[in-house]
Design a protein around this ligand. Structure first.
Ligand code: MG
Length: 345
């Protein structure tokens, strides 16, 4: 009997990326990051997807890879056109591994785009001319480091500044010594009381800050509601908005939500989340983890749907062999090639 290869054929790999600068938030400092890749090949066409495991939710790239490797025989029996079915099926089996789910879902979207020879934004019915500007993120560092990073980011019309480690005032003063562009502040759950958060928000509002993301630890919605009542700045949820099911509970506490493919499990889930968020009256932002062009470009294809973008994760790594979405004076420029439009660098 002739040996027949499975179609679709799936493979998964973990890639370790070197960061341009050590990356510090309230959660950790790191000099490298690992992300998970899914590769699918069917009908002579390839698709690629990437997911960044989020340590806060206990995710790990190698464990995600093992889980997906176990699913390979079953995945090889599902047509790559059946994206919805595959997504539900993978979600059932790798519960909690959102990066794994995102990698598979993105690979199938990339595959479909290549197979149909259309870019992903077109497959999704979106307008390439409607992409927002992206902010560029400044991790927590010394005053001198912050000033250097802000100078290096001078092409970006908006900055996202990480706070919550006790050097907030010095950080913003360092930023303002270099630039007066609008600043968005991401606290990553770092302020521990409504009183502290409230004082910080008032101080930030006088210094050209547009909004504040996840000021208090996730799960303290009564506190966020109290902060929200007196807040002079809009407040966005990130850690408090892991998936679509969380959104109704955030009404009255937050003004906007940060949607990430890695956090919710891919393009399909992110579309659901963005639409639900808009229906509930939230402003919407697309964010990302530190990851390569594959994951960031996938998110960028959805960006015509949202009010704000923070899609700079690939700009923070030093050794990406591929390129996809470009940034020109802060604006996201989507590639016109099929699928995600990823090409070798
Ligand atoms: Mg955040």
């Amino acid at each position: 009997m002739p040996h027949t290869r499975p179609d679709p054929r799936w493979s998964f790999e973990v890639v370790r990326w070197t960061l341009r600068d050590p990356w510090t938030t309230t959660m950790s400092t790191s000099t490298y990051r690992e992300t998970l890749f899914a590769h699918v090949r069917a009908q002579g066409v390839r698709g690629i997807g990437e997911g960044a495991p989020i340590p806060r939710y206990g995710e790990d790239a190698r464990r995600s890879q093992l889980r997906l490797d176990r699913l390979r025989p079953a995945l090889s029996g599902i047509s790559p056109w059946r994206i919805e079915e595959t997504r539900r099926w993978v979600a059932r089996d790798v519960k909690g591994e959102y990066a794994a789910r995102a990698a598979v879902d993105i690979a199938l979207h990339d595959w479909a785009g290549h197979r149909l020879r259309v870019p992903l934004y077109r497959l999704l019915g979106l307008d390439r001319d409607r992409t927002p500007v992206t902010s560029f993120s400044i991790g927590i560092g010394s005053a001198a480091e912050t000033r250097r990073k802000v100078r290096a980011a001078r092409d970006f019309p908006v900055l996202k500044v990480k706070m919550g480690r006790g050097v907030d005032e010095t950080t913003l003063e360092s930023v303002r010594a270099e630039t007066d562009v609008p600043v968005r502040v991401d606290v990553n759950e770092g302020w521990k009381s409504v009183r502290i958060a409230s004082t910080k928000v008032q101080w930030l509002a006088r210094r050209g800050v547009e909004f504040v993301e996840q000021p208090l630890p996730a799960g303290r919605l009564a506190d966020v509601r109290r902060l929200h009542r007196s807040s002079v700045l809009p407040i966005f949820a990130d850690e408090d908005a892991p998936n679509v099911a969380a959104l109704p509970g955030l009404v009255g506490a937050y003004d906007g939500v940060n949607v990430k493919l890695d956090k919710c499990g891919g393009i399909g889930e992110a579309l659901t989340m963005i639409r639900a968020a808009r229906a509930l009256g939230f402003r919407t932002m697309l964010g990302c983890m530190v990851s390569s062009a594959v994951s960031v470009t996938a998110a960028a294809h959805l960006s015509p749907l949202v009010d704000y973008a923070d899609l700079d994760g690939n700009l923070l790594i030093a050794d990406d062999p591929r390129r996809g979405v470009a940034v020109r004076k802060g604006r996201l420029i989507l590639p016109r090639g099929p699928g995600l439009g990823i090409v070798p660098r």
